[in-house]
Write a protein that binds this ligand. Structure first.
Ligand SMILES: Cc1ncc(COP(=O)(O)O)c(C=O)c1O
Length: 449
């Protein structure tokens, strides 16, 4: 079939030729044999080319916290496209960028009050890591270059992000990674934590591993520690009670910067604007993306504490203080979408809503305990993970089948990582729809038994 035939058809019909698009993080051959196509969305649902409504139990990819195609957000994007398509963010700016930065800073705890815009979570992470290194440079401690991540961490796909990240599959194919990186141990232990609601009791002591790394390298060589407050993409690993506070205390003791990667926990996912608030911990930087525009237009960024920003603000005033940025940093469409999205979150109290729904959600998903092959269930905020037993000699296959079955047979989107099914619905989900998610997932789990 010629490539031309794709172009001739409308965007809402199924394409004839699936070859040219090399799909990201997708087993291309399996997908193209039985595609899962989405052409439209509204509120809690996606729609297939045939018009089937699919319940979105994953907010796209942890993005659409306000639900899909919300009228005020769509209108803001349309208006912005008509008024100003693009403005250079280097040396020039459009006013709404400042407005959005202030709105985001207002949501962040403590003196996290400056915002640097990127276009994705991966760029946000690499920006934060560069900012940490540069901060020590401009502060006269240029020997602080070592970065500490965590096993089973996910920080996007830039070279910085995969270096501090702890997912073998994302690292092993790419020989060149940052030197001078260490990893804390992952905080998940099924024997100690299985079927926990919220934060597990066991595991705070694992933060002390940072002391061991400091003892090995000396604090004077360590720039920053980066962790997800709740590891998401490696299977939803809630932080043990007290773990993040302990990590903050050890960082403070040794003058090490603490970065929270809140690309998925930001904007209400755990019932507060940022997870930092839920845990009563003020990191030195927060990375964000996804929920900032409810997934509508790509945007990410880094929120920094005042002293980090201020350390750069010296030298001749005509000289760039931080040699970093992207052509599309604070793109007008993303900024307009961001402001409208934050308005929706505020007007509909969606973060509080997530908090209120947390026990309802936990009850519903933990009700799946005892279903075939279910080894563990974890819930936190409006997030859940269900671990399935692997089929013999085919790790990840049962979960893959579950995702396929969910989409084709039970009209629900599921995210999978390894043998874990992750659920992260829009914060607009109703109690009835929470029940629907649990019922559909039960049927799916039985179907792949
Ligand atoms: C914690 C975390 N950091 C970074 C990223 C990368 O974001 P993006 O895919 O927008 O580059 C993700 C994506 O899921 C993430 O979960």
């Amino acid at each position: 079939m010629s490539r031309q035939s794709n172009l001739a058809r409308t965007t809402t019909s199924a394409p004839n030729d699936l070859e040219a698009f090399w799909m990201p993080f997708t087993p291309n051959r399996a997908f193209k044999k039985r595609p899962r196509l989405i052409v439209r969305a509204k509120d809690m649902h996606y729609y297939t080319p045939e018009g089937r409504a699919i319940l979105d139990a994953t907010a796209g990819m942890w993005c659409t916290n306000a639900g899909h195609n919300r009228d005020p957000i769509v209108a803001a994007i349309k208006e912005q496209a008509e008024e100003l398509d693009y403005a250079p963010p280097f040396q020039f700016a459009h006013p709404k960028s400042f407005h959005l930065a202030s709105r985001i800073a207002e949501l962040a705890p403590g003196d996290l009050d400056h915002v640097f815009f990127t276009n994705s979570g991966s760029e946000a992470v690499d920006t934060a890591l560069k900012m940490a290194l540069a901060y020590w440079n401009v502060s006269g401690q240029g020997s602080r270059t070592r970065l500490i991540g965590r096993e089973r961490g996910y920080h996007g796909v830039g070279f910085g992000g995969i270096s501090v990240g702890g997912m073998v599959g994302n690292r092993k194919m790419f020989g060149t990674m940052l030197a001078g990186v260490d990893h804390l141990p992952a905080t998940y232990n099924r024997e100690q934590q299985a079927f926990t609601r919220g934060e597990p009791e066991w595991g705070a002591h694992l933060a002390d591993e940072l002391e061991r790394i400091v003892a090995l390298h000396d604090a004077s060589t360590i720039a920053a520690v980066i962790v997800e407050p709740m590891a998401g993409s490696t299977g939803v690993l809630p932080p043990p009670k007290g773990y993040l506070k302990r990590l903050r205390a050890i960082c403070d003791k040794h003058g090490i910067l603490l970065i929270f990667d809140e690309v998925i926990t930001g904007f209400g996912r755990l019932g507060t604007a940022f997870a930092a608030e839920r845990y009563g911990v003020v990191p030195d930087m927060i990375t964000f993306a996804k929920g900032v525009t409810s997934g509508t237009v790509p945007m990410g960024g880094v929120i920094t504490r005042k002293h980090i920003h201020d350390a750069f603000m010296k030298g001749p005033e005509h000289v760039v203080e931080f040699a970093h940025g992207y052509t599309y940093s604070a793109h007008p469409l993303a900024v307009a979408a961001g402001i409208a999205t934050l308005d929706v979150y505020r007007e509909e109290s969606l973060f509080e809503r997530a908090k209120k729904l947390e026990p309802v959600w936990a009850d519903a998903i933990h009700g799946l305990k005892g279903e075939p092959n279910v080894l563990d269930i974890r819930t936190l905020g409006l997030v859940a993970a269900v671990d399935l037993a692997s089929r013999p000699d085919a790790v990840g296959k049962r979960a893959y089948e579950a995702m396929e079955n969910g989409f084709h047979e039970h009209d629900i989107t599921l995210r999978i990582t390894g043998e874990t099914i992750a659920l992260t619905p829009p914060l607009t989900i109703s109690e009835a729809q929470i029940g629907e998610v649990a019922d559909k997932l039960r049927a799916v789990i039985r179907a792949v038994a």
